[in-house]
Design a protein around this ligand. Structure first.
Ligand code: NAP
Length: 314
């Protein structure tokens, strides 16, 4: 019986074909087959699957999976639906994604730092007013989440001259980043930052973490960038914090529901910039190389890439 690698995804037919063509080119000794085309014996013999937003019902029809490789970085949905399944979950960890995210963090930090929302408003009102300039060295950017993405973003902000603080679960020691952990560490970061960047995974401990209680500890006029996941923020509390001016401006790339519904108040809010989940898309070329390297290594020496910690939730 020949082992194949199923591609299990709820993506467009074009995306599925592109992934399968690219992965088949990078893994010439493997047969990568869309889930729908698998025979019964191929389903039974599969030990690895490559997934892109897979349906749990499809994965349940692959009884001998040892691990699944996701082509995306976030795993909250996979864990929500598949935590109790016996196979391991491997997410996309790609230095190119960290670079892209760091570029987005720097871009939108500069957007806030150089008062672009305020100047755009002034233009709409035909107002010619020079706002005071502050150097990056007089500003602090706090990054919540110092993982694969947060560390690289923090370094980039420090290179651009900002004071950088960062918060993680376990204590970290990172050059040029003033790192904090624990509840007290969170208080210090949020109360000392001018701009706060969210790069935490969505898990049981981070859902709703940014709520009124946390917003009230921020300085008046702090700005917020959310590039991780929408449900980490309590939206009603955020709107209240924006309306009172506690938060000056929020750049939001991720939302509770995506695409953002037409009647969502963020669309028309003067203090909000809405982005359509674009801060760090998976890079097709580098992701293909990473998936093929992970699978080749597993086939050769039987060692799995780093897997998601199902207890911890990321
Ligand atoms: P990661 O490597 O797993 O890092 C997660 C970081 O968050 C770690 O520093 C971790 O601390 C910290 N953390 C987790 N739970 C915490 C808690 N309860 N309290 C304090 N710190 C906590 O994740 P990543 O690769 O950097 O990605 C982060 C998230 O970005 C992903 O989960 C995904 O949702 C999102 N993302 C968004 C896009 C986009 O386009 N918008 C693209 C890619 C990823 P410890 O290391 O100490 O545990």
């Amino acid at each position: 019986m020949e082992a194949v690698i199923p591609f299990v995804g709820q993506v467009s037919a074009e995306d599925e074909k592109n992934w399968i063509d690219a992965l088949s080119g990078a893994l010439p000794n493997e047969q990568i087959i869309p889930f729908a085309d698998l025979s019964e014996s191929q389903r039974t013999s599969s030990t690895i699957a490559i997934v892109a937003n897979p349906s749990p019902e499809d994965l349940a029809k692959l009884p001998n999976l040892v691990w699944i490789q996701s082509v995306w970085a976030g795993v909250e949905r996979l864990l929500g639906e598949l935590r109790d399944r016996p196979f391991e979950i491997v997410r996309m960890v790609d230095p190119e994604m960290s670079r892209t995210m760091a570029e987005a963090v720097l871009s939108w930090t500069l957007y806030l730092h150089r008062d672009m929302p305020a100047y755009a408003k002034q233009q709409r009102e035909r107002k010619w007013v020079e706002l005071p300039y502050t150097k990056p060295s007089q500003k602090t950017v706090g990054i919540l989440g110092l993982g694969k993405l947060g560390k690289v973003a923090g370094r980039k902000l420090a290179e651009a001259g900002f004071n950088v603080m960062g918060w993680s679960r376990r204590p970290e020691d990172i050059q040029n980043i003033n790192t904090k952990s624990g509840d007290d560490g969170l208080k210090q970061v949020i109360s000392q930052s001018d701009i706060i960047v969210l790069l935490l995974p969505l898990s049981d401990t981070t859902r709703g973490l940014l709520n009124k209680n946390v917003f009230d500890q921020m300085r008046i006029g702090t700005s917020l960038i959310n590039f991780s996941r929408g449900p980490i923020i309590d939206d009603d509390d955020l709107i209240e914090a924006l309306d009172t001016g506690r938060i000056d401006h929020a750049v939001l790339d991720v939302f509770h529901q995506e695409p953002l519904p037409q009647d969502n108040p963020f669309w028309g809010h003067e203090r909000v910039t809405v982005l359509p989940h674009i801060s760090a898309p998976t890079d097709f070329d580098t992701a293909t190389k990473i998936v093929s390297k992970n699978i080749s290594r597993y086939r050769k020496i039987g060692i799995l890439p780093m897997t998601v910690d199902k207890e911890r939730g990321y």
